[in-house]
Write a protein that binds this ligand. Structure first.
Ligand code: ADP
Length: 633
């Protein structure tokens, strides 16, 4: 066993943590011994420490720099800033660094002044970079988001398949890290990155102090009742006392309605969603932190990096979109090791809501995620076992003896058969969610800006024939309505592109385009819309757009879509909070090549550009023709 005294000292003195978290010590010991490691830990478990801590130890020992390959420029920059703030010499090399910065980083690396060097995968596989590594002293290679090597995964990055080439130049241990690790992906990571007899560190996904429960409900009234009961059981009816509870809802409107109902029932309750102003959100969070409100009703927007140790109960008023999301949110209960209760209220309407909120572009994956969630809700065996098996791919987890299926299997099975007899709820219950404000918080029914207009015009241009305005709006929102399907509108490249915008807003925008004569309306009873003559003269936004073949537009859109989902997972946001689909469509249209051009994209503010701009530009450059590509890696 390697002596971890140095590592523990670094963890305490440089990072301010008192002890290793599960898995960290094993991973750190492996690389300090010079062995390869494959680290599978749940999100938030502290994967970065697994390479940052040994990097500092190795640098102290004169072993050189740790090179970290990371696919997200925004996160690289965050990490470098964080490390520098702790007095650790770190830098990043990627396409968005100017020449001067790159030169000084390279100089520092060669001089052995860097503890950590972050690098994009594109840069990492360039010959020039490999030569550079040959001139430097390298202690270790860390491959973050290692599942990007998997061709089966949603985050596949071709450069990851070539990262093993670095081993030809660098004789140093490799540590690969991920939170996604079915056996197939784990095998691909070990093979694709050419790990040599790696120490595998598999986090414990079990939470022995949590009791999981699923209840099946149809309408809101019985859900409110069940929520009140769960909160009361956790002792949260009293306005003061120990512990707190979180109630997660899928939509803002529902969040507000549930908060009202709980308030009326006498709870000290606040609510939180991304549609509220920053100030109001901060207040809601502070009141909850200080215990003035003991219950917080929130969308998944709540929770970014926030850990309260004494959350006693987490109710999902509506089922979330995946077990990943569920585990992350429910896992906020019982962080202090004391008992926590995780109750999911499930109904067929929740699946509808999720389909509506989910991405059309990645329908297959979201559908798989929903199926896994549905299986969990309908299961009659230990719920912890299901969760652990889902995340680790192994099925040797003991039953928890705390969940509803362990405690009262008869009742759980009974609920299952009663449920199957019931007709599906369908759109009825979901209907009341349909009128939600758009994700941008605009009131419903007002016309939207250039990006959305462009999506509508493109969709009309791509439609096989003239299309009814309501059907068009529904297709753009990703509806599976019969008319949408029979008219083949599901195959439109823009299908579901505007899922986060309300139908009323899309209709208002179509009407505005008609008023502006950019669309022409025909027929009275069943009006259809088409482009004005000449039929294919498409109106364009002024700006740096460049004519290009149509099929390429999808690759930028697809990659940005996958990017926003990855960022959303990392930041624990909703995907649309990273980038709205209309914004992605506009980026694809205009192909901005500079920050200035990005600033002209409607819906991309300075904060978004500061945070995500570099990544967006990298995607656009990577996906644009070589003659225009200026990416150096
Ligand atoms: P992951 O990459 O696994 O999602 P991070 O590396 O971002 O997780 O770490 C999540 C959080 O856990 C960070 O706030 C980090 O400071 C904290 N953390 C990491 N290691 C420890 C530790 N040993 N003790 C306490 N907190 C830790």
């Amino acid at each position: 066993m390697t002596d971890l005294t140095d590592a523990l000292a670094v963890l305490r003195e440089r990072f301010g943590h008192t002890a290793f978290r599960p898995g960290q010590a094993a991973a750190i010991a492996a690389v300090l011994e010079g062995r390869d490691a494959a680290v599978l830990l749940p999100t938030g478990a502290g994967k970065s420490s697994c390479y940052q801590v040994p990097a500092v130890v190795a640098a102290h020992r004169g072993a050189g720099t740790t090179v970290v390959v990371s696919p997200l420029i925004a996160l690289m920059n965050d990490q470098v800033d964080g490390l520098r703030a702790r007095g650790i010499a770190a830098a990043a090399l990627h396409s968005q660094k100017d020449d001067g910065e790159q030169r000084s980083t390279i100089g520092a690396l060669v001089q052995g002044e860097l503890v950590l060097l972050y690098v994009s995968p594109e840069r990492a596989v360039q010959d020039g970079f490999k030569r550079l590594l040959g001139r430097a002293r390298i202690a270790m290679l860390a491959i973050d988001e290692a599942h990007c090597v998997s061709q089966w995964g949603h985050d596949f990055r071709p450069e990851y398949m070539r990262l093993h080439e670095l081993r030809d130049t660098v004789r140093a241990p490799v540590i690969a890290l991920t939170a996604t690790a079915t056996p197939r992906v784990m095998a691909e990571i070990a093979g694709g990155l050419a790990l040599r007899d790696p120490v595998t560190v598999r986090g414990d996904f079990r939470r022995p102090n949590l009791s999981f429960e699923v209840q099946h409900h149809r309408g809101d009234a019985s859900r409110i009742e069940a929520t009140i009961e769960a909160l009361a059981r956790a002792g949260l009816r009293q306005r003061t006392g120990w512990g707190r509870g979180i109630v997660y809802c899928s939509t803002r409107k529902k969040t507000e309605a549930v908060a009202r109902a709980l308030k009326a029932a006498g709870f000290a309750v606040g609510h939180y969603h991304a549609g509220r102003t920053g100030l109001v959100r901060a207040r809601a969070q502070a009141a909850f932190a200080l215990g003035r409100t003991r219950v917080l009703v929130a969308t998944s927007a709540f929770g970014m990096g926030i850990d309260y140790p004494d959350v006693r109960v987490i109710v999902h008023f509506q089922a979330p979109g995946s077990l990943e999301a569920y585990y992350q949110e429910a896992g906020r209960a019982g962080r202090d090791g004391e008992p926590g209760h995780c109750l999911m209220l499930f109904g067929a309407a929740d699946m509808m809501t999720q389909r509506r909120l989910h991405d059309g572009a990645d329908g297959h994956r979201s559908e798989e995620a929903l199926l896994a969630l549905e299986r969990y809700a309908n299961a009659t065996i230990c719920r912890q076992q299901i969760l652990c098996t889902h995340f680790t791919g192994t099925d040797d987890h003991p039953a928890c003896s705390r969940c509803d299926a362990c405690i009262d299997p008869e009742a759980v099975r009974g609920a299952g058969s009663a449920r199957r007899d019931r007709p599906h709820v369908g759109f009825g219950e979901d209907g009341d969610l349909r009128g939600d404000e758009g994700s941008d918080g605009r009131p419903r029914g007002s016309a939207l800006g250039a990006a959305v207009q462009q999506v509508i015009l493109d969709a009309v241009a791509a439609a096989p024939r003239r299309v009814g305005r309501v059907n068009l709006a529904r297709a753009l929102r990703g509806s599976h309505a019969k008319a949408v399907v029979t008219q083949g509108l599901e195959r439109l490249p823009h299908y579901a592109t505007l899922a986060e915008v309300s139908e009323a807003q899309i209709l208002a925008t179509i009407d505005q385009l008609i008023r502006e004569r950019r669309l022409v309306r025909r027929g009275r009873k069943y009006p259809t819309v088409g482009l004005p003559d000449p039929p294919r003269s498409r109106s364009r936004e002024p700006g740096p757009s460049v004519a290009r073949p149509r099929q390429r537009s999808s690759s930028v859109t697809l990659e940005l879509d996958s990017y926003r989902k990855r960022m959303a997972r990392q930041l624990k946001w909703k995907a649309y909070m990273v980038l709205q689909r209309g914004v992605i469509a506009a980026i694809d249209q205009q192909r901005p090549m500079s920050r200035e051009a990005l600033a002209r994209i409607p819906g991309l503010g300075p904060a978004k550009i500061a945070r995500f701009g570099d990544d967006i530009l990298a995607v656009v450059r990577r996906r644009s023709p070589p003659s225009r590509s200026t990416d150096r890696g």
